[in-house]
Design a protein around this ligand. Structure first.
Ligand SMILES: Cc1ncc(COP(=O)(O)O)c(C=O)c1O
Length: 386
């Protein structure tokens, strides 16, 4: 919260960690051979070591490359695998969930251009994958390369799809080799197990600005043995996985922000605060609205709810005028009202999918903060419901 606005949109972008210190960052190009360049490279390598150890992954099993954020990371994984399949004259199918982020969902056109396939797996009302139906579709798939996107924590609903499910899914797809990419963007600072990756996944993508690092920074772990072509070709930086001068400031900020999280994140306090807030919201909504995916496994800081009789756009305007920043799940980047894809995938109708609002709190959210937020939030809410 700053003096003018109450910011409740941390799933869109979170506040910069206080640990991010631009003065502590070397400015030279890490490819330069002079001492300043070498210092920048050394600092960048420290971040690499830190990430491998933070996520308990082995350097001989996973490559790590930095990029500008998850949109680039995910495009690199999907398109890179598609190019590699094309090179080997193989066909590929990319499976996603209807509730996945648009940077996952919007791969269809490109994949089809290369003669590959794109399929959407069914989602239950709970926001979780409809596993039985999904297995049927995957088993019926004739492609030689199968890539499945697994969104760990959904950005709209906060629904958590446990990584432990991957092993079972792989077992059930016996006979078919499937690769998993985990969209881990909304995990750090939002779930207790944010560092506990699964050995079953083949790629993980993260975005810095979601957990307190600088915008324009992110990273992907990619299983080394995976057939993959780089998306960006050029000077061969980062082992040619992602050419282009590295964004050293962004990269260094990843470590600073994650160190802060590692030391200070208190999931239980965050979750308790969210539950306190959500109970009040639910009581106030009564039969005029509902909490989405209320009984599903959810993260510690996202509340997605809908009004039965108020359009989210008008509600968002009321909150905006009251100084509160929150997300209208049905707004697209141009601001136009489109139904939320996540809600449509979960079986809500178009009107409902245009009536949801998302509150997402910071990783430092606690009971005291929840009470303070409620004081400001409840007045416009009551006006909307009256
Ligand atoms: C789950 C998820 N995946 C991918 C992205 C894309 O991240 P970025 O906008 O940082 O590229 C987002 C951003 O909101 C997200 O929430």
């Amino acid at each position: 919260m700053n003096s003018q606005r109450l910011y409740l949109d941390h799933n869109a972008t979170s506040v910069l960690s206080e640990r991010v210190d631009l003065k502590a960052m070397p400015m030279a190009n890490p490819s330069s051979v002079h001492a300043s360049g070498k210092l920048a490279r050394r600092k960048m390598n420290e971040v690499r070591d830190f990430l491998y150890s933070t996520y308990s992954l082995k350097e001989n099993e996973f490559d790590l490359f930095f990029h500008s954020g998850a949109t680039e990371g995910i495009n690199t994984v999907v398109k890179g695998m598609a190019f590699a399949a094309t090179r080997e004259k193989k066909t590929m199918t990319f499976f996603t969930l209807g509730s996945d982020h648009s940077c996952v969902a919007n791969q269809e056109g490109f994949l089809k251009l290369l003669g590959h396939d794109f399929k959407i797996l069914p989602v239950l009302k709970s926001g979780l994958l409809h596993e039985d139906e999904a297995i049927k579709e995957i088993k019926a798939c004739q492609s030689e390369v199968i890539l499945i996107n697994w969104t760990w924590v959904n950005n709209e609903t906060g629904v958590v799809q446990e990584l432990s499910a991957l092993e079972k899914l792989k077992e059930r797809c016996l006979g078919q080799e499937v690769f998993f990419h985990v969209d881990a963007v909304q995990a750090a600072g939002k779930i207790e197990q944010w560092r506990e990756l699964s050995s079953q996944a083949d790629a993980y993508t993260f975005s810095g600005h979601k957990f307190g690092a600088l915008k324009g920074s992110g990273f992907t772990f990619l299983r080394s043995k995976l057939n993959h072509c780089p998306l960006l070709n050029g000077g061969g930086q980062q082992g040619a996985k992602r050419s282009g001068t590295e964004n050293t400031w962004g990269i260094l900020s990843l470590k600073m922000a994650l160190e802060d999280l590692k030391e200070n994140y208190q999931f239980k306090a965050q979750q308790e605060a969210k539950e306190w807030f959500e109970a009040r919201l639910k009581e106030e909504l009564g039969d005029k609205g509902e909490i989405i995916a209320e009984d599903s496994p959810r993260n510690g800081q996202t509340i997605y709810f809908l009004f039965h009789e108020v359009a989210a756009q008008s509600a968002a305007m009321v909150f905006d005028m009251a100084g509160i920043d929150l997300s209208n799940g049905s707004a697209c980047s141009s601001g136009a009202v489109v139904p939320s894809r996540a809600l449509l995938a979960m079986g809500y109708n178009e009107d409902q999918a245009k009536s949801a609002l998302r509150l997402s709190f910071s990783w430092k959210f606690n009971l005291e903060e929840a009470q303070r937020v409620w004081e400001h939030f409840s007045a416009p809410l009551k006006r909307l419901l009256s």
